[in-house]
Each structure stands twice: as structure tokens, then as C-alpha cells.
Design a protein. Structure first.
Length: 276
């Protein structure tokens, strides 16, 4: 939906210009504007520290623009749920580029000037490393298909528990607001992790793991998979579980919309597609 020249636009005006004759390899149009992307990166890194979303970054950028009274400050375009729109533009320079929709990080080699780049609306950051390790990690006494069945039963039981907790009037005030960008499985793991992490240390320590073990023995099947599961989760071998480890060993990953099958966990939490 390209705007015709001279048509008024509701959003911020796009710079309209005669397209300069472009060299065949448009690989690095950004080079005259490294500071621009640098600026976007830097503010993101600052706001990322407090687990930012596009909306928060947009607010801080607008604030910065007001204070400095200049159009040079890049303000991101946001989609709903805290995500970034796949195409980001800096009107005062005429540059546009593609980003990862969950982090807003620019994708190298995608910038264009005075035209919209073609971007993948599902491009996301790769899941953090621990998740990759679990795919080939051996769970003693619990081979492939059984592991899938076991993880599915654990997540089903946890989902049920979370629904009960959410609908229980006694706990209403204590429930944290779920992140709208999370899948149901991610919400479940975040919720359960906060239940176990009584002292708020950010790790489930030895004493805090006990209720998790009881829960596994009671709610999940096959039973043989329960025995070594906590050790299987503890990839850093520090006798404590981080949120990343719990997400990883339960097979809950960010890559819901991934196109390449190899990035998906072998279970995909779908018992009908059992792996041998």
C-alpha cells in the first residue's frame, strides 16, 4: 500500500523523493547512518535491562525527543502486545529497515532509503541457548516419545493448577499480570516459577525444589521420567533451577512462529507427533 506522491498521510509524513539510481548491491545503505541504528540499539539496551517492550521504548524516545527538541531521535513503531512493527523508519533521514518483532533489533543488510524494505513479520530473536541443549539431552529412563508424553502431562497439570489459582478469589490480589506476548505455556511456567521461588532470588534452590518433585510424582506420567527430571533440568549443574532452565527442560520456547523445523523443540508439546 504505497502512498501516491502528494497524498496526505495520517501518520507521520514519509519523505517523498525521486528514487536515486541505486547500485545493484543495496547491501549496506546504513553505512552513512551507523549512529542512527546505534542510537536505537543503545536506548534498547538501556530499557531492555528493565525488561522493556516497544511501548516503553517508544515512550522514552518521545520524551527524549521533547527534551532535545529534535527529529533526530528515532521513535519505534509498535504493534499490539509490546511487539515492534517489522518495518521501522526514521522519517527525518528517509531510512527504513527490518527488525526482530520481539526485541526491535535491526536486521543487518535490510535498510533502504525512500522505500519500504520487504520484511518478515515473524522474525524473532533466537531462543536463549539452554533450550537448544535440551533437545538432544538424555533423560534417564525416559526415551523420546515418553519424554514428549511426560512434558505434555506436566504442562497440562500446571495449566490446570494455574487456572484454579487465577479463578480463586483468595489469590486474585497476588497474581502477577501476565505478559500479553507470552504463549499460554510460557505464562504457566512463569507463574509456577514465581510460586516456587518463595524468596524471590530468581533461582529455585534446593529447599524450593522439593514441592516441584512432589508435584511431579503426583501429577505426571510416565513415572520413570520423574526420577532424574530435576537433574535433567539443571543444565548448569549448580543444584538450583533458573527460569531459563525450567522453560527449557519443559520444552517451552519462544519460537512459536518459526518457519524452519530445526529450530523447534522435538516435542513441540504435541503428543500426536511423537519422535521415535
Amino acid at each position: 500500500s504505497k502512498q501516491e506522491r502528494g497524498t496526505p498521510i495520517d501518520q507521520k509524513p514519509e519523505p517523498i523523493a525521486v528514487e536515486p539510481p541505486s547500485p545493484p548491491e543495496e547491501e549496506d545503505v546504513t553505512s552513512p547512518y551507523p549512529d542512527l541504528l546505534e542510537q536505537a540499539y543503545n536506548r534498547q539496551n538501556r530499557s531492555r535491562a528493565s525488561s522493556s517492550s516497544c511501548d516503553q521504548e517508544q515512550q522514552s524516545a518521545l520524551e527524549e525527543r521533547r527534551q532535545r527538541n529534535t527529529d533526530a531521535v528515532f521513535v519505534p513503531d509498535c504493534a499490539h502486545g509490546g511487539f515492534y512493527k517489522p518495518v521501522q523508519c526514521h522519517p527525518s533521514t528517509g531510512y527504513c529497515w527490518c527488525v526482530l518483532v520481539d526485541t526491535g533489533r535491526p536486521i543487518p543488510g535490510t535498510s533502504t532509503r525512500y522505500e519500504q524494505p520487504k520484511c518478515d513479520g515473524n522474525a524473532r530473536a533466537r531462543p536463549t541457548k539452554p533450550k537448544d541443549h535440551y533437545r538432544s539431552r538424555h533423560l534417564q529412563g525416559c526415551p523420546g516419545a515418553k519424554k514428549t508424553e511426560f512434558l505434555t502431562s506436566v504442562l497440562d497439570a500446571l495449566s490446570t493448577d494455574m487456572v484454579h489459582a487465577v479463578t480463586d478469589p483468595a489469590s486474585a490480589g497476588r497474581m502477577a499480570e501476565p505478559d500479553p506476548s507470552h504463549t499460554l505455556e510460557e505464562r504457566v511456567v512463569h507463574w509456577y516459577f514465581s510460586q516456587l521461588d518463595k524468596n524471590g532470588s530468581g533461582d529455585i534452590e534446593k529447599k524450593e525444589i522439593k514441592p516441584f518433585k512432589r508435584f511431579l510424582r503426583k501429577k505426571s506420567k510416565p513415572k520413570k521420567c520423574v526420577k532424574k527430571f530435576v537433574e535433567y533440568c539443571d543444565i548448569s549443574n549448580d543444584k538450583a533451577l533458573s527460569l531459563q532452565e525450567l522453560m527449557g527442560c519443559l520444552g517451552v520456547t519462544k519460537e512459536e512462529g518459526a518457519k524452519s523445523g530445526e529450530d523447534l523443540p522435538s516435542s513441540k508439546l504435541n503428543p500426536s507427533r511423537k519422535q521415535g
